[in-house]
Write a protein that binds this ligand. Structure first.
Ligand SMILES: [Zn+2]
Ligand SMILES: [Zn+2]
Length: 140
């Protein structure tokens, strides 16, 4: 593939916005992909900043998950301490406290392993696609 402006120059990459081949004269590195000098740089930069913002939002959600698990853990501890403080019918607050603690652990583990869950969820979204695939890699 050659540059879409300089037909004789080999392309070093593809513009992230317009998908055209770019030689070293026409391409500029935005930090997260190549873009046409002048025409597409601004667009690609705004796309990159959008992606950065999404990443910041997801990391905020992650810290929110830790906050929630800490809150649930504290609640569970309060119920447990209340149940262990010698009240009558202590089994109810104790079991509720244990339940809250389990929720806290599950939430913390899910928040900690969230990127893995996302990676695992993508290929399993369509379980039939691998079975009906005509290409069998073992035959080659
Ligand atoms: Zn472009
Ligand atoms: Zn060029």
């Amino acid at each position: 593939m050659n540059c879409f402006i300089h037909n004789s120059a080999p392309a070093i990459g593809i513009c992230k916005h317009c998908q055209k081949g770019l030689c070293s004269q026409c391409a500029t590195d935005t930090g997260a992909g190549l873009a046409c000098i002048g025409s597409c740089v601004d667009v690609v930069n705004s796309i990159n900043s959008l992606v950065d913002r999404n990443m910041q939002i997801s990391s905020k959600q992650k810290s929110g998950g830790y906050l929630g698990s800490a809150f649930l853990g504290g609640l569970g501890a309060v119920f447990l301490l209340f149940g262990l403080s010698g009240v009558e019918n202590a089994s109810l607050p104790i079991s509720m406290g244990i339940g809250f603690l389990i929720f806290a652990v599950v939430l913390a583990a899910r928040t900690f392993a969230w990127p893995k869950f996302e990676k695992m969820a993508t290929p399993t979204a369509d379980p039939n696609s691998t079975e009906t695939s005509p290409v069998n890699p073992k035959n080659r």
